[in-house]
Design a protein around this ligand. Structure first.
Ligand code: ZN
Length: 292
């Protein structure tokens, strides 16, 4: 099929206009009117054909567009399937790690001499587990699909004040107020309650705090991280992890958070991560929704 272009159609319309404008009626000879009308009719036909051609062209484009849409849908389905597979693989390995952690903690209960060796393995498992978790970017999208806030005023719009359980150093159980992102408020409350019920004493807890450099804001800036018992759980460079001269003494001080502390388990149950499992530095006080 010869498909007419808009230029062809315009040229034909010009020709038709020309024939019409130059038409004169001659009463004696009829001015060749029939011939002229035939010419006009022929041009009008060709214009109609051209318009039909254009219509066919549009239909073809429509078909192609449908195919493209189908292709796009298939790609989207594939992407979703891939993401689900990745999630399933991550989950599988994380369950395996969690099972190994449990076995190690059981072994430690029976044989105290194993503690030193097993602590290293346990810590390694924790680091592996952290690496299998969704990336901080993926996690932050769950809360802020269009990107996180860039000013404290914007961030504060999502912050709520909640009452959470604490245990004072005198052993009194009471509640204190902390500011966190409303999306995680219930989970944080739950984890702190579970930890308290399991015997871990939180006497100091901090949440929302706009800090960090503008290119790399702290998760506290979004109310998605909390710090526990800061004095006994410092943030140290990796070389100082477990060093004698730092305040972190999980085997001696009940306020220090160790790998076997119920509070680590309690936060893992709500999908949070502990800074004590990081491999670049150790932020022993820090728990976060995004693992950063
Ligand atoms: Zn922190």
């Amino acid at each position: 099929m010869n498909i007419a272009t808009w230029d062809d159609i315009n040229a034909n319309l010009d020709k038709a206009a020309n024939v019409y404008n130059n038409f004169t009626y001659d009463t004696e000879t009829d001015g060749g009117i029939l011939t002229k009308l035939d010419e006009v009719a022929e041009l009008m036909n060709s214009i109609e054909t051209s318009i039909n051609d254009i219509g066919l062209l549009y239909n073809r484009l429509d078909e192609k567009y449908d195919k493209f849409t189908d292709f796009h849908d298939t790609m989207q389905t594939n992407e979703t399937k891939l993401k689900e597979s990745l999630k399933a693989i991550r989950e599988k390995y994380r369950n395996l790690i969690s099972d190994m952690k449990f076995r190690i903690s059981e072994l430690q209960k029976n044989d105290k001499t194993l503690i030193e060796d097993l602590t290293g393995i346990y810590n390694l498992l924790g680091e592996c587990d952290n690496k299998l978790k969704p990336s901080p970017e993926e996690k932050i999208k769950e809360i802020y699909p269009k990107g996180p806030p860039s000013t404290p005023e914007d961030a504060y719009k999502d912050i709520v004040s909640i009452d959470v359980p604490i245990t004072t150093k005198d052993g009194i159980k009471k509640t204190t107020k902390i500011n966190v992102n409303k999306a995680v408020a219930e989970d944080v409350k739950k984890a702190l309650q579970v930890a308290q019920d399991a015997g871990f004493k939180v006497y100091d807890v901090q949440g929302f705090n706009w800090k960090g450099d503008p290119d790399h804001l702290s998760q506290h800036s979004y109310g998605l991280a909390i710090d526990i018992n800061i004095a006994e759980n410092p943030c140290v460079p990796i070389e100082q992890a477990g060093a004698d001269n730092i305040a972190w003494k999980p085997n001696e001080n009940e306020y220090s958070i160790g790998i076997n502390s119920p509070i680590v388990q309690a936060f893992e149950e709500i999908g949070w991560s502990w800074g004590g499992y990081w491999s670049t530095k150790k932020d022993y006080m820090h728990f976060s929704f995004t693992n950063s």
